[in-house]
Write a protein that binds this ligand. Structure first.
Ligand code: PNS
Length: 161
């Protein structure tokens, strides 16, 4: 059973993430989408961990072979725990490459148990990021083309808080 693990902040999940999930699930027998509990962006997160997990569950409802989990601590521990053979990451542009390269190589240096598989989302999502979505929403921009309907609803609710 080939398990892939797609880690991220998912604050919130975008159509770009969803596109990567749908592509990755074709490569593995099972895809674990892993929401990071404590990454460097947690303190500035818009959605709580539970909200991020719930949104991913809603968005991936009915998608076979996909499971949503949360992980605390190091990515490589989660990889071990879920017996993943590969970590999946999305690559948008060259600007993503340096960070992704560092992360993949650092993890490989510590453990050579798995490889990182980079997938490119569809061209129409190549510029979409959770950070941009949050900024656009903050200033009243329409993000409906870039996020699933469940996320759109959650963003509208956040604005009213
Ligand atoms: O969606 P993001 O914010 O780009 O995802 C980054 C994430 C969560 C994959 C990364 O911060 C991570 O793996 N965090 C867990 C802690 C860890 O293992 N850090 C060392 C990476 S070399």
């Amino acid at each position: 059973m080939k398990v892939g693990l797609f880690p991220g902040s998912f604050d919130p999940v975008t159509n770009g993430h969803l596109d990567v999930i749908l592509r990755a699930k074709e490569i593995f027998d099972k895809l674990i989408v892993a929401v990071a509990v404590n990454d460097s962006k947690t303190s500035s997160a818009m959605f709580t961990l539970k909200e991020r997990q719930k949104l991913l569950e809603e968005v991936c409802k009915g998608v076979p072979k996909v499971e949503i989990i949360c992980f605390d601590g190091l990515l490589l521990e989660a990889v071990k725990k879920y017996k993943a053979v590969s970590v999946v990451r999305g690559l948008r542009a060259i600007s993503d490459f340096e960070y992704e390269f560092q992360m993949a190589m650092m993890n490989r240096e510590i453990t050579s148990d798995y490889d990182t598989v980079f997938l490119m989302a569809s061209h129409s999502y190549s510029f979409v990021s959770s950070r941009m979505i949050k900024e656009l929403v903050k200033f009243g921009g329409d993000v409906s083309p870039f996020v699933p309907p469940a996320v759109m609803k959650a963003l509208k609710n956040k604005k009213h808080i």
